[in-house]
Design a protein around this ligand. Structure first.
Ligand code: FMN
Length: 373
């Protein structure tokens, strides 16, 4: 290895006792390829196996915790005990290749397509549709239903423990239910779950507390809990950097193993609520201080990109699209072949890259998503 890349290969110990062997992890990415009944498919196991022998941790695609939280066709579930055998197989195959396996737990809320949830009953904090085309006006959850979804996050965590995962990542990002409760756009409630910033934090923090409670009760070995969030929303009202820095303060006091900032561009600057003298990640890292480590992500492609990113003080870097395009990313850096890392795709690469059909179709048919040459 070129010695300058050594900082990428230093181990990193998390609070729970889980140790990462290097600083590169696979970002959570939906692959649309699970079985119709929500169980893990052979194709997706193969896809993960191909990508698990270099990175220190694989965060698997988001997984619904409640039957009314399924957000994608071909998404796998953790909402019932029957799902445990498939989850166990996926975790075992990832770990066999040397990476930690982390389950991203999720509820889609108002972003769920009606045909994926029982009786087409799409739910959220309030009856406000997303501004994204094709979404519906959701039904506001009752107090009891909210409590029940919080327990579902706990139950999915218990299933992840039983299935042999090394941890869970709470998906509080990308506009899904947890973010819907935090956002002033989607949360217009005036009960204990909404009304002001403090109250909009109630649901996300209750989910964290429940997950931590379940880990303390059930985990026999170190088991991590991370939290992912999106720092800003573009619409108004919407989450601003000011709201996010307040969220970071709360997260940092909750003994999480990490916070993971969901971004398409690692270097992006604040839009509202903080000045643009620093990147969003720099603001967040500064606020988190020594209290909780931050994972950064977004358009990191080359080994030099990753090195530059860790040199900003962000200890762990997630690769998303890049690890689809280059499953041997870590291996090539170790073997001093970083110049051979592929950062583009061709339409003939599906078999070579072991990508399941539904994900491949999404890749080749979504303009601007992947650099196809
Ligand atoms: C195909 C695809 C599926 C994704 N699915 C998820 C997901 O399930 N959960 C999540 O938190 N982020 C998801 N993301 C966002 C990625 O984790 C990541 O933040 C984003 O792709 C930017 O990183 P990159 O530039 O390295 O790809 C997805 C991204 C892609 C490209």
């Amino acid at each position: 290895m070129n010695p300058k890349f050594k900082p990428l290969f230093e181990p990193f110990a998390l609070k729970s006792g889980v140790e990462l062997k290097n600083r590169i992890v696979m970002a959570p990415m939906t692959n649309f390829s699970s079985n119709e009944d929500g169980t893990v498919s052979d194709a997706e196991v193969n896809y993960y196996v191909r990508r698990s022998d270099g990175v220190s941790m694989v965060i698997t695609a988001c997984t619904y915790v409640s039957s009314n939280g399924k957000g994608f066709h071909g998404e796998f579930g953790a909402d019932r005990d029957e799902m445990i055998p498939g989850l166990r197989r996926l975790a075992a195959e990832i770990k066999e290749k040397g990476a930690k396996a982390v389950l991203q737990i999720f509820h889609g809320g108002r972003m769920c397509p009606p045909d994926l949830v029982p009786n087409g009953d799409v739910v959220s904090a309030s009856a406000i549709a997303s501004e994204q085309e094709g979404t519906v006006v959701p039904r506001p959850l009752t107090d009891q239903e909210i409590e029940s979804i919080i327990r579902d996050f706990g139950e999915s965590t218990r299933r992840a423990i039983e299935a042999g995962y090394d941890g869970v990542e709470i998906h509080g990002a990308n506009g899904y239910l947890i973010q819907q409760f935090f956002s002033p756009h989607s949360n217009r409630r005036d009960d204990r779950w909404g009304g002001n910033l403090e109250k909009r934090l109630t649901f996300p923090l209750a989910v964290i507390d429940e997950v931590k409670r379940v880990v303390a009760k059930h985990a026999k070995q170190p088991f991590l809990a991370g939290y992912r969030f999106s720092p800003e929303e573009e619409h108004s009202p919407g989450i601003t950097m000011e709201d996010t820095l307040r969220l970071v303060d709360e997260l940092a006091n909750r003994e999480l193993d990490y916070i993971h900032v969901s971004l398409m561009d690692f270097w992006s600057k604040p839009r509202r609520g903080a000045d643009d003298s620093k990147s969003r990640l720099e603001w967040i890292r500064e606020r988190a201080g020594q209290r909780v480590p931050v994972i950064g992500v977004g358009s990191i492609h080359s080994a030099d990109d990753a090195l530059k990113a860790v040199q900003t003080g962000i200890p762990v870097i997630a690769l998303g699209r890049e690890i689809i395009m280059e499953p041997d990313w870590v291996k090539k850096v170790i073997e001093e072949r970083e110049g051979e890392i592929r950062t583009t795709l061709t339409k003939e690469d599906q078999a070579r890259l072991t990508v399941p059909d539904p994900l491949w179709q999404a890749i080749v048919n979504t303009p601007g998503w992947f650099p196809i040459v």
